[in-house]
Design a protein around this ligand. Structure first.
Ligand SMILES: [Zn+2]
Length: 694
């Protein structure tokens, strides 16, 4: 049987999506895994001294696997069916086993270490040396260089932590699903817009009920918090939501996550110490751009110091507004989202329906390609002959200023059945030098915009437009690479507190005057967006941002300090630490029975332990990088070329901090981030200033 998943390797072809069938998946993966394992064993048995050829062979084996797996994993996300899902899950299990085999392989580790210590090392290029260094770092973090006894302890810790993390998530899911509120009297839901009412009606239907039902899923919770006029209803839902999996609230004690949190903090500390770190934050930062716990904490605390006064001011403005509309003051925790939305409507009266006719898809793609052309001299050339998985998919070759092809991009932009929701970028294949020539980098850009109808093109919200620019930024990072080794090119291996830099940076252009006036035109009569509408849109970007920022800071500081200040001899009650951080950072009331930590899935159920700061960190990088475009011109080729040369083209072939400094001429500063929120150290936002003046 000819297998399209392995055939494409031979001549650097793009995946033949129309030929790939579920029955091709497992044979291809098994073949390629066997090939990898045999290759390694043969190399180790040959007794040859370690040299670069081992690295090169590993690249070839791993690349073959990635090229076969990438279309499978992509199809599983965008064209799901039962048969495919089954083989996908089986394949994923095999690959996970393989990765852990590779990462724990003492023989491969020894070979890399030998190479590092031999004379051959100094003859390698800086990029090759970095690849060796990163491999050795990862082997160390996987515990391969520990004594047998410590390795066993390491494995036990990792296993127990993974169990605790799963249990944490299960408790949270169970507690979330255990609570619902059936509403039969529609007057209780006064204030909810039709779409939100439909959502709650759907939930009731799923439970076999008439009327409406509120549950604790995020959309349902947000619908009530943002829109329900009834403060008692908001309080009831808020209470159930913020006490999930804890010792408080309607299911108090039933799925309490606190004992798990306490044990996880202790085990993470032990794990870090076993690997030679002082604490878990230090361990987590070994793979990140931020260089030390001190650096992270100073960054967060400096932001908090500057954001708190304007946040206070924004909150008091909000209270004044609420009071003028008859609300009882002080506002409670469950009043804030509701009154924020009222205030936002009164100030900006922005609606998606008013904006969408100005953001139709094709002109927005033109805007995107125009930006890429101005900044980097790129052209995107559509090619309808490339096989795809659905007729709506577009494929583009990316051409450099000399007209030469150097990358490829799939865009799959409309929502449809059997396609995962949300927006993301993924790697199809990475740049590599082969005997037959260069294997070009190719990426997938996936969104879920409303498809066109008979009468209307695809009309987008401005959020959608921003998402498109964001994902395109990730794609550029992958496609503009000039490094020939897949371990460190494109987005591969980039420190994950830096990986959002290109994407968040690109978002700025969809707010730019020149882009909006050129491309944001009414789809029916090509008229420009009215000045007043544009003005309200631009002001919405900074609206009440200080309040948002201090909330993010509260989470990030709490996460870092829980892991940094952990003392095994006298473990502090995590709730005390949370209360302390709140008293230092928060500006809005939080009830003492709020058990936010018990549902903080990012750091106890997901991969963000000692990493929540990275959202703000990446925003800082993007805002600071954008500062250079503001200084030299947003569509200037000077900063565009520098961005490409110093950041986009180098991938992780050098530390992200070095790349940033090369681009900006200095390490990142938080001031531009504050400015992007309209908080340049002045006491209040631009919006509030405008009000004060009028
Ligand atoms: Zn992103």
């Amino acid at each position: 049987m000819q297998n399209p998943l392995t055939m494409q390797m031979a001549d650097r072809q793009l995946p033949d999506f129309q030929a790939i069938r579920p029955e091709h998946v497992l044979p291809a993966i098994e073949d390629l895994l066997k090939n990898y394992h045999r290759g390694i064993e043969a190399w180790l048995q040959s007794g040859s001294s370690a040299d670069w050829s081992l690295v090169e062979s590993e690249v070839a084996w791993a690349d073959a696997l990635n090229r076969a797996w990438s279309p499978v994993s992509h199809l599983n996300s965008v064209a799901d069916n039962e048969h495919l899902r089954k083989v996908y899950n089986a394949g994923l299990e095999r690959l996970t086993e393989h990765e852990s085999w590779r990462q724990q392989h003492a023989g491969i580790f020894q070979a890399y270490r030998q190479l590092r210590q031999s004379e051959k090392y100094s003859a390698l290029s800086p990029v090759q040396q970095r690849i060796i260094e990163l491999e050795l770092r990862d082997f160390h973090l996987a515990g391969v260089d520990l004594s047998d006894k410590d390795q066993e302890a390491y494995r036990n810790l990792v296993m127990r932590l993974s169990k605790l993390g799963s249990k944490f998530s299960e408790n949270l899911i169970d507690a979330t699903q255990a609570w619902t509120l059936h509403v039969e009297d529609s007057t209780r839901l006064a204030g909810l817009p039709v779409a939100e009412l439909n959502l709650l009606e759907g939930i009731a239907k799923n439970h076999g009920q008439s009327g409406w039902m509120i549950d604790l899923s995020a959309p349902s919770f947000q619908a009530v918090m943002t829109h329900a006029d009834d403060a008692r209803l908001r309080c009831e839902v808020y209470t159930a939501y913020v006490t999930r999996a804890s010792d408080e609230g309607p299911s108090a004690g039933q799925w309490d996550n606190m004992p798990l949190i306490v044990e996880m903090l202790s085990l993470r500390h032990q794990l870090a110490q076993l690997l030679g770190f002082d604490n878990y934050v230090e361990y987590a930062l070994a793979r990140r751009m931020a260089e030390s716990p001190r650096m992270v904490l100073e960054f967060l605390e400096q932001l908090a110091k500057q954001a708190r006064p304007p946040a206070r001011k924004q909150f008091s403005t909000l209270q004044e507004f609420a009071e003028s509309r008859g609300a009882a003051i002080p506002l409670e925790a469950w009043d804030i989202a509701y009154w924020s939305e009222r205030y936002r409507q009164a100030e900006l009266h922005l609606s998606d329906e008013e904006l969408k006719p100005y953001f139709s898809l094709d002109p927005m793609l033109e805007a995107l390609f125009f930006t890429a052309g101005e900044l980097f001299g790129l052209t995107l050339e559509p090619d309808t002959r490339v096989p795809a998985w659905h007729p709506d998919v577009r494929f583009y070759w990316v051409l450099d200023c000399d007209g030469k092809r150097f990358a490829g991009l799939y865009m799959d932009l409309y929502s449809r059945k059997n396609k995962r929701g949300g927006a993301w970028m993924d790697v199809c294949c990475s740049r590599r030098i082969l005997e037959s020539g260069v294997q070009l980098p190719v990426a997938y850009l996936t969104c879920n915009f409303a498809p066109p109808t008979g009468q209307q093109p695809c009309l987008m919200t401005h959020d959608d437009v921003q998402t498109l620019f964001h994902e395109f930024g990730h794609c550029l990072h992958h496609l503009l690479t000039e490094v020939d080794w897949p371990q460190v090119n494109g987005i591969n291996g980039v420190e994950w507190d830096a990986v959002e830099l290109p994407s968040q940076l690109l978002e700025n252009w969809c707010w730019e005057e020149e882009i909006l006036s050129r491309f944001a035109r009414h789809y029916q009569d090509d008229t420009q967006m009215p000045g007043d509408l544009k003005d309200r849109l631009l002001r919405s970007r900074e609206f009440q941002k200080a309040l948002f920022l201090v909330r993010q800071l509260e989470y990030a500081i709490c996460d870092i300090r829980l892991h940094l200040e952990y003392n095994p001899n006298e473990p502090e009650n995590p709730l005390d630490l949370l209360a302390q951080v709140r008293s230092e950072v928060s500006v809005v009331p939080v009830p003492s029975w709020n058990r936010f930590l018990n549902s903080f899935g990012h750091i106890f159920g997901g991969g963000y332990a000692a990493g929540y700061y990275s959202y703000l960190w990446a925003e800082q990088l993007a805002a600071d990088a954008w500062g250079r475009f503001r200084e030299e011109g947003p569509l200037g080729t000077g900063p565009g070329e520098a961005l490409r040369r110093e950041i986009l083209s180098v991938g992780s072939s050098r530390p992200a901090m070095d790349s940033f400094i090369a681009f900006r001429g200095r390490p990142p500063e938080p001031r531009p981030l504050l400015q992007s929120y309209g908080l340049s150290g002045e006491p209040c936002t631009r919006l509030d200033q405008r009000r004060a003046q009028s």
